[in-house]
Ligand binder design. Structure first.
Ligand code: UTP
Length: 296
């Protein structure tokens, strides 16, 4: 394997074209990614992480009925003008800042053919550059944005890297799990990836939640992957092929992850984010006490 030189990471892909079936009926007409954690849509947290990581060109993999995501990151002249006329300048500024936040390039995934297929849809826009992938329903709360942590590893090691978190042995069956050679306590050279292994055969407890920095070689790998059950092309299968062709690293990032695509993960994130809002904190604690009392 040779070490290549790559340009800087300039683009991030957000796959957000899934059906969001775990959130039905809410997701029948509303994109899952637009469901708010308190009052900020899930995807705004994701875009903010990417922007804080130094990237403003974002390729959104989208689908029918998901226009509202693009609208959210655009100006809304009518709303902003009305807010200004009513002297609600702070709210008008919030709305306008979303329009300026990033350059969103929307690409349609015409059928939900899996996460690997969604990433492949970005190939014509990404071209021959390395890029980040950040899942639209996976929130990672950290001081240094998780995507930035992975970009730092990429810039040092000059090869693809997936973000991983350690999970309890009993939970490995819920994730893609990496196995390989430990380079230091937080960095592994990946030799294999197993999708949802049983605890007995899992190669480690390092799970891939939804952060990646990848070289463009991933696109050829995804083109070669055979669709699995349900005709879906899995990103894990593409990464397995990538690990055979290039060095693939796994980095245990610093941060707390919330699986906001899952109902309990969503409630967890809602509580955590509302408790740190000074204007909501006391009220939320009172509500929690009330509900805990009702359980006694
Ligand atoms: P998920 O499987 O968690 O999301 O995919 P989903 O398919 O939307 O939701 P459920 O499982 O039916 O409830 C992880 C991410 O990959 C995107 C999803 O939008 C989500 O952000 N994805 C998944 C795509 O963009 N295209 C796909 O074909 C599948």
């Amino acid at each position: 394997m040779t070490t290549q030189t790559y340009p800087k990471i300039r683009k991030a892909v957000i796959p957000a074209a899934g059906l969001g079936t775990r959130f039905l009926p809410a997701t029948k007409a509303i994109p899952k990614e637009m469901i708010p954690i308190v009052d900020v849509p899930m995807i705004q947290h994701i875009v903010e992480e990417i922007v804080r990581s130094g990237i403003t060109d974002i390729v959104l993999i989208t689908a029918r009925h998901k226009h509202s995501i693009e609208d959210h990151f655009d100006f809304n002249y009518e709303l902003e003008d009305t807010l200004e006329k009513k002297e609600k300048d702070a709210l008008a500024t919030i709305s306008k800042s979303l329009g300026k936040m990033c350059n969103l390039i929307a690409v349609r995934q015409k059928m939900p053919m899996g996460l690997g297929h969604a990433v492949l849809c970005a190939a014509p826009v990404i071209g021959n550059e390395p890029f980040a992938v950040v899942l639209g329903d996976d929130l990672i709360d950290s001081t240094v944005p998780c995507t930035r942590q992975l970009i730092d590893i990429f810039e040092k090691e000059k090869t693809s890297v997936v973000g991983v978190m350690e999970v309890p042995q009993a939970d490995v069956c819920k994730y893609g799990i990496v196995g390989g050679k430990m380079l230091n306590p937080r960095l592994m050279e990946v030799e294999r990836l197993v999708e949802k292994p049983s605890p007995a055969v899992a190669p480690s407890r390092w799970a891939i939640p939804g952060r990646y920095v990848l070289t463009p070689a991933i696109f050829d790998c995804l083109r070669e992957v055979k669709p699995g059950a349900g005709g879906e092309i899995q990103l894990t299968d593409g990464l397995q092929l990538l690990a055979q062709r290039e060095r693939l690293l796994a980095y245990q990032y610093d941060g707390v992850r919330y699986d906001t695509g899952d109902r309990l993960g969503f409630i967890d994130a809602t509580l955590a984010f509302s408790l740190r809002r000074p204007e909501l904190r006391e009220g939320v604690i009172e509500l929690m006490k009330k509900h805990m009392g009702a359980l006694k």
